[in-house]
Design a protein around this ligand. Structure first.
Ligand SMILES: Nc1ncnc2c1ncn2[C@@H]1O[C@H](COP(=O)(O)OP(=O)(O)OP(=O)(O)O)[C@@H](O)[C@H]1O
Length: 261
């Protein structure tokens, strides 16, 4: 009897993990996982501690290589040999606040790395005023208000910092963003704004993966819910076809076995 409940494969035209297994010695962090993500879709990855969620996003980001299986991005099998390689393809992993630099302003955060690389390569760089203008415009287009883009990021709220991440991602031509526990440190109003930010980038045709332990948030924002348990993918369904109960049962393995497809 199978304990996996999946629907006919969804989308998946942007990123596909095909039969991916990841072993750490005797531990199988992921076992034969196949998962697709389409452009314009929000997918929530759920599962108890140690279920394999972080391993999945590490593989997508190129931080670790799977023991076996294939990654296909935009229809082409890829070797994601490094986080930089996946970034160049338009894949961004956002760990809680980690990629925002607190002691510089919003403009610097917005252009961090990118303009610096150009400078090193000797490519003409944007003037400071032009960078400020672009930052202001992209933040305004993204519906994010900050008092001044010359403020240090440390003076911004968690929600505003998250908005910088997403706006920056859109501006630099990102295609798939992975948000690891995006609402963990946010208050109710900030979560509401965060959900709006995510809907906006999704509506712009980007793919979003959210890793979360919060079922309520997953139901609010995700088009699809994917549950891992002990390294296996045990549920992959449209959110509208799930209930809190069925998802909780898939996470814990309690209750009647899920339906075989
Ligand atoms: N570098 C590693 N070396 C050995 N075992 C690892 C390593 N990374 C992860 N594991 C193991 O792989 C399994 C899956 O871990 P993973 O971090 O992917 O789970 P998770 O679903 O993200 O959990 P959490 O919600 O607690 O972050 C766990 O049993 C974990 O102990």
């Amino acid at each position: 009897m199978s304990s996996t409940e999946t629907e006919p494969k969804h989308g998946g035209d942007l990123l596909q993990l095909e039969n991916v297994t990841m072993r750490y010695g005797a531990i199988a962090a992921l076992q034969d996982v196949s998962l697709g993500v389409a452009a314009g879709e929000v997918v929530a990855l759920l599962g108890d501690n140690g279920a394999g969620k972080s391993t999945a996003i590490k593989i997508i980001s190129g931080s670790v290589k799977p023991t076996s299986g294939r990654l296909v991005f935009e229809g082409i099998p890829r070797e994601f040999e490094s986080p930089r390689a996946s970034k160049e393809l338009g894949i961004e992993i956002v760990y809680q606040d980690l990629s925002i630099c607190m002691n510089v302003d919003v403009v610097a955060n917005f252009f961090m790395g990118r303009e610096l690389v150009k400078r090193v390569l000797g490519v003409p760089v944007l003037r400071e005023r032009e960078m400020q203008r672009i930052t202001e415009k992209v933040m305004a287009d993204g519906g994010t208000k900050v008092k001044s883009v010359r403020q240090n990021a440390e003076h911004l709220s968690g929600g505003q910092r998250q908005a910088i991440e997403l706006n920056r991602f859109v501006y630099w031509g990102g295609k798939l963003v992975v948000l690891d526990e995006p609402f963990a440190a946010l208050g109710i109003e900030q979560v509401r704004r965060g959900l709006e930010n995510i809907r906006r980038v999704r509506d712009q045709g980007l793919a979003v993966i959210i890793v979360t332990h919060n079922l309520h948030h997953a139901f609010q924002i995700a088009d699809r819910l994917v549950v891992f348990r002990q390294g296996r993918l045990v549920l992959d369904k449209s959110t509208s076809d799930c209930t809190h109960e069925t998802v909780s049962q898939a996470i814990t393995g309690d209750g009647p076995p899920v339906q075989i497809q």
